[in-house]
Structures are given as structure tokens and as C-alpha cells.
Design a protein around this ligand. Sequence first.
Ligand code: HDE
Length: 745
Amino acid sequence: MPHNTTKKLEHGHANAIAPPAGETVKPGSSKLTASTTTEEAGTAKTGGPATLGTNATIAPLDAFKVDPSDQPLTTNQGVPIGDNQNTLKAGLRGPSLLEDFILREKITHFDHERIPERIVHARGSAAHGYFEAYDALAQYTCAAPFAEKGKVTPVFARFSTVAGERGSKDTARDARGFAVKFYTDQGNWDLVGNNIPVFFIQDAMKFPDLVHAVKPEPHHGMPQAASAHDTFWDFVSLMPESTHMLMWVMSDRGIPRSYRMMQGFGVHTFRLVNAQGESVFCKFHWKPLQGTHSLVWDEAVKISGADPDFHRRDLWAAIESGEFPEWELGLQIFTEEQAESFSFDVLDSTKIVPEELVPLTPVGRMVLNRNPDNFFAETEQVAFCTAHVVPGIDFSNDPLLAGRIHSYQDTQITRLGGPNFHEIPINSSLAPVQNNQRDGLHRQAIHRGRVAYEPNSLAGGCPFQAGTAGFVSFPDATAEDKVRGKPEKFAEHYAQATLFYNSQTAVEQTHIADGFRFELSKVGVPAIRKRMLSSLVNVSPDLAAKVAAGLGMEVPEAMPKAMEHPQPPEITKSPALSLMALPGECGIRTRQIAVLVEDGVHHASLVSLYEALTDAGAVVHFIGPRVGLFTGDAGEQIEADKSMENAPGFLFDALVLPDGTQAVQALVGNGETMEFVTDQFRHSKTILALGEGRKLLEKAGIKSVAGEDPGILFAESANIVEMATAFIDAVAAHRHSTANRVPPA
Ligand code: HDE
């Protein structure tokens, strides 16, 4: 019925509120809902065995979850909304009315949807899970997560890049954040670490300088998520203490294959304190059970274009599919007396404690088994703070850590809009919170009674001090002058950079030189390049020479050292520092394997291979020149879930070239196939050519015969079952750098 009978096309209320109805999906029928309710391992707040289908972080968050199934649309006041399509107007063509509180509420809320992003680590992804202690650790600490064997503590872990903004690519060369919030029954403990065990600077005073140098240059806002620019290298080349961390960031560690495949480190020396008040020093290490793997630079660059969410997607998809990533927590425990004898200072965050000096004690495992329900509510609003420690964990005097203890608490006040960020569901402790702090923006708690001070008699003295049952700072004796300065051993800047370089395999050393060459080639001021090279001479003349050659420069004089005669290092090689020298035993679980398909493909061999690979835990994708159905050699149908256009070769860990005359002919004539094959080859990944599929290698200019390159395998379709095992072993090795592959011209 037209609203105005003289204007037949003007629609009144009845027509205007009916948008076209799309196909509806019943709530609860999505893949997401199905898999998030089938968690295998659950957690309990106070420990005890994990029960099937439960997770202690679910229940407290449940109270805040909103599910609109079968519910009407409402305003924020709960008033049902009749029309969500049209503003209230004085006549259909008339002015909008100020009284339209529904429009105003909707637009006003929208106008304020964004919050400031994190100053650093803005880009990140997170998941829920649990930590399970292997044993009671009472000898060293009374911290709740280590109180008894098998104790389970819920966790929320967030991984991040450092320099890029919130929407930046995942595969930038950068350190990665590795932050874990333990919801212990003694309050929240945040272990806010990185995937690299050292840091660029020794003192918090330099952090704003470092971050200003690495972030996009302030005059033109470039480059995004990259350290390859003048201001960063200007700063670090003037700060020799950065050299050790530079070695790590320029190495393969700076471009991990997956958040699930990287180590994590607490970086600083912390203290463990036991119930008797005795303390030891400690370093925290997370080791992924998925193995440690990295990208190569060319691959990282290409992935950033094809899938900027590469790491986010990987973490999400693994958890959705029930492949819960797992890390083992190891501690390096040592006494203050031991520390004093080391050639380096354990309060210096630019130094590691080599595992040969203090071995790792495995103390438990972390499993991430549930994706967040809402990115903003959980991943964005989670507030990690180094100051969040629990009885049994304490700080050392590391001057970098001291600045962090202040900074994280402080930054949340701007980022999350006030001092009550601890009440946001993802941040709130599972342990009850009782104190006399009151009010402030966005206060949720409704404090009862009239007493908000202590001591009091009107509330019976409650809440009362816990005394020695509460957090007691370790009484670290200090009786010195107030000074600004650094302890003597902080002046030694190169020994561990050299240790790191000398502990790498030849391939890893080449990657480090390549990393420096690339980054410095982006530096426009020659004096900065030269200064950095002169610093690298102190690390390794070999490295300096390689980088200088790559820049077309002479190797300069070594930079004068701050400390000419340091105490000799305890060790000169540490195998634990090389990713490649420590191959994982993790098989091919979650590896992404591309199988090219076309009409006429040899169907039976692909079916057998698919079964063998998925049995081994890999994720197999059939990739065609387009998505959709293809017809196999005997008329069977095979569906391509991705196309070479939407999922290029460099997104996959391994490639299978199919058999079948007609299919191979069609693929040979397709330029995208050649790029697919060439990238797999250039990035040293495993390729299996079935039967006539070898023609695709030949066409791509890859001249390899069986047995020549451990990453290039050939099989006849008839003996695919025997070859599957060899293929699985080759994929498990991840990359075949020893093959010395030269990209075809
Ligand atoms: Fe951070 N860092 N940081 N940092 N950092 C932040 O806190 C800071 C440092 C790390 O997933 C900020 O909530 C100072 C070392 C991670 O939410 C900020 C200093 C290590 C995350 C901050 C350091 C880290 C942050 C920005 C030197 C490895 C992300 C937003 C004194 C051990 C946590 C925020 C997450 C985030 C300050 C050095 C790791 C500004 C002042 C060393 C993983 O507070």
C-alpha cells in the first residue's frame, strides 16, 4: 500500500521495514559452534583432573555472552525496535527528526566503536587453554600453578607482531609477542614474553626511543610493519647493546611459519620464592610441541600479499579442527651466587643464560583448546601487565623489567578507558577481588556497605590483610647510593651475538647475512650502513664481509668496544640456539599440502595419498585452475576447495603433482601452475610428482632426478602407498635447504 496515494512509488512503513530476506542459518549449526563445544581437555579453576567438555574460563565468561537467537532487535535500553531500516522523518521526503533516539543511539555507539590500538604489539591473535603442571615445585616456589602434580590452571595466550599497526600483515620480519595470562586461584599471573629470549635495550629509559625509531617514520608514516628503514638502523647502529637481539631478528626466528611453531621466553631474570621465603633466579622458556619452523623471506613477502592474516588463520584453523597447539614450559633455575660467577650479568636483558650453563627443567605444558568468541571483547581487550604476579613469583632488579612493571598498567588506562580494566570479563581474575578501591569510569562491581577504608571497625576490619599468606616481596637487600648508570658487565655487547652466530648451521648463517643485507639495502644514508657494518665486524668478520659484499661496500674498521677486556665467555657454541640443529619429532600434523587437480586427473592415486596424509594429521587441499568439481580419469568427481588464483603455491608446506595424461597436459599449459611449482621449489619445500606429473617439473625448468634432492620425490601411481611414507618424512623435515636449490631462470 503506497503511503501517499498520489505518489505510488513512495513506500510507507509496511514496505519500508522489510529488507530482502537471505538464506538463514539456524543458530548452533555453524562449524564454529560445533567444534567449540567439543573440547577434549577441559580445565578446572582449582586444579584436579580436566573433565571432558568443560573449561574453567568458559563459565565466568558465559555470564557475559550475548546470543540473539529467536530474540527481537532492541536498543541498548532493551526497547524492541520495530524498524531498523529508516530514520524517523517529518514525511517520507521530509527532514529527519532529532527525537529519533533509535538512530542517534545507533550512530553514536558506532562513532565510538574504536579504541586506541596497543602502542606496540597492536597486531595479535589469541586463544584460551590451560596449563598443567608436571609436578609440584614447592621446593622453589609457592606459585599456585605449580602447587601440585597435575594441577590445571586456565590460561589465555596472545601472540603478536611488535611494530605493525592493528591491521598490518602477519608475516613481517619482527619479534613476536608471546603473552600468557594464568587465571590462578591466587589471582592473575601474566607472563608477558617474546619469541626471542633477549631484547634490544638494557634499560627502560631507552624504550620510547627504540619504538620511535622502529615505527613508521613520523613525517610520512612509512614503512608499515618493517624495520628496514633509516631511523631504526640509525638508532640500533648507535646502540651496540642491540646487536645481540638484531642477530635473532635477522635470523629465521624473525619470520616464523606459525605462532604454533615458535618458542616463547620470559626474557628477564625472574625470582621464584618458596613458602619459606627462600628465593632462586629463574628464566621462563616455552617450547612448541609442533616443532620450530620458519618462513623464508621471499615466501614471507609473497604470503603478506596473498594472506595478510596467515598466522591468525593458522592458529584459528588449527584450534577449530581440534589440533590444539601445545608448548612445554621449562625453567632455568639458578642461585644468585651462580649468577655472580657468570661472564655476563643476569640483570641484563640483552643476554641469555646458555642452556649448557643452566639446563632447562620441564615443569608443565600449555594447551590452547578454544578460540575466542569475540575478537574485540577478548583478544583486543585483554590487558597483560608484567606487574601481575602472584605469591611465589617475584621480580629481579633488571632495569628493563622495572620500566615494564609500570608501563603495562599505565597504558591500559588510556587504551581501555580507565582504571577499571581489570573488570572487563577477559581480564577479571577467577580468584575473588576484595579491596577498598572504588568508583572510576565504567565500574561494574556494586560494593556493598559503607566502609571503603582500612583499618576499620565498622566492617570488622574486612577485607583484612593476608599477611604472610599474601604476596610478600622478596626482601632483596639494597644499601647503595642513588645513581644513574649501568653495572660493569652490561658494557660487554658482542660475546653472545657471536655465540648466536657461531651456533647456527651454514644455511641459517646465510639467512642472517641475507636479512642484514636486505634491511641495510633499504637504508638510504650510507653512513648508517657503514656504522652497522663496523658493529658486525665485532660479531663476526665473516658475517660483516658477507653483508658488505651484498651492499657493494668495503668492510669498515671494527667499531670501538665499550669493554676491551671482558671476562671470557663460558661457552662458544650452543646447539640450542639453532632452529635447524634441533629437528622436531612432530611429524606432519597440521601441515598444509597442496594437490593440483584438473579434469582427467588419476583419481585412485590421489584418494590413497589423501588417506595416508590425513591419517598422519596433514590438511590436504585440492587446488585447481578454478574452484569446484573436476572429473577424474575414470569419471569420478573431485572437488577443488581452492584455486591457484585464490591460494597461490607459497601458502602451502608441500606440493603434489598429479598423474593423468589429460590433466597434466592442461596443467602444463597453465602459467599459474608453473608459478605454483617454481615457488615451492624456490622455497625449498617438498614436491611429490606422481607418474606423468614429473612433466610439470620439467616444464617449470626443474631438472631433478630421483634421489638427487631429498625434497623432490617421484612415484608411480601404482606404488603410491609405499611412497607416501617417504613423502611424509620429507614434509616433516619442512625445508630442504641442503638441496642448494637455484631458482630456475
Ligand atoms: Fe612490552 N609493552 N614493553 N615488551 N610487550 C606492551 O603494553 C614495554 C618488552 C610485550 O599481547 C605495551 O598492553 C616497555 C619486552 C608483549 O597484549 C606497553 C618495555 C618484552 C606485549 C609495553 C617493553 C615485551 C607488549 C603496549 C621496556 C618481551 C603485548 C600495549 C621497558 C619480554 C601484550 C600493552 C599483549 C606490550 C611496554 C619491553 C613483550 C606499552 C616500557 C622486553 C608480548 O605497555
